[in-house]
Design a protein around this ligand. Structure first.
Ligand SMILES: C[S@@+](CC[C@H](N)C(=O)[O-])C[C@H]1O[C@@H](n2cnc3c(N)ncnc32)[C@H](O)[C@@H]1O
Length: 204
């Protein structure tokens, strides 16, 4: 859906200053407010690396947005592919990877029916809750895993009322996997502030 929105103070324009999609709006916030803060960036790096297998390993970041996590992982030596529906997000992600001097393969695609592939890790952050059929999406993502591969879903139930609870997300994963572990992500360093809503990662 396209909406006409004003520019936001202090947030750089993405190109066309007037017509942007909801993804583009998200790109502005994700790209500008998140991992540019070095404390937040270090916190996410430490968290992500604690969830990953040892290198060498391949990771697909589904709904990679501006590539923040994909680039962090590529910097750490992982072979990373990022997939997103928004070409603008992907353009920003390409720029981010180039600035970091790392190679990430970015693909345009719908993660509800992702491009074929086989990966050691399927990573998702803040995308599952927005899928029209989350259970079907999880089934497809599990199908992208190599034997012994790991599913890492970072989600939340935000103060706005949007999102999935950890119990809901865990149940979706357990529909397809025998094991699923929930870890709360309540460290303010990850978010740049104290949080009061539910943020977590499910690892399977
Ligand atoms: C909240 S942003 C999160 C971006 C990134 N995962 C992160 O945490 O920095 C959601 C992203 O999911 C993408 N997205 C939403 N639905 C999608 C779909 N069906 N297929 C591919 N990407 C999708 C949006 O374009 C956007 O980049």
């Amino acid at each position: 859906m396209h909406r006409i929105l004003p520019d936001f103070p202090g947030i750089p324009a993405l190109g066309d200053p007037l017509v942007i999609t909801r993804s583009d709006l998200c790109a502005r916030f994700v790209c500008c407010a998140w991992l540019r803060d070095p404390v937040v960036r270090v916190a996410w790096r430490e968290l992500l690396l604690s969830l990953m297998p040892e290198t060498p390993a391949s990771v697909v970041d589904l709904g990679c947005g501006t590539g923040s996590l994909a680039v962090l992982l590529a910097e750490a030596g992982y072979e990373v592919c990022g997939v997103d529906l928004s070409r603008r997000m992907l353009a920003l992600a390409e720029d981010k990877a180039a600035a970091a001097e790392v190679r990430v393969e970015f693909r345009h695609g719908d993660v509800a029916d992702p491009p074929a592939g086989a990966y050691d890790v399927v990573l998702r952050r803040h995308v599952l809750w927005a899928m029209p059929d989350p259970a079907a999406a999880v089934a497809r993502w599990v199908g992208l895993l190599r034997p012994g591969g790991r599913l890492v879903l970072i989600e939340g139930r935000w103060s706005t009322g949007a999102g999935l609870t950890a119990a809901e997300c865990e149940a979706l994963v357990r529909g397809h996997r025998r094991e699923a572990h929930v870890k709360k992500l309540d460290d303010p360093a990850l978010w740049g502030a104290e949080i009061e809503d539910e943020r977590y990662v499910v690892v399977s």
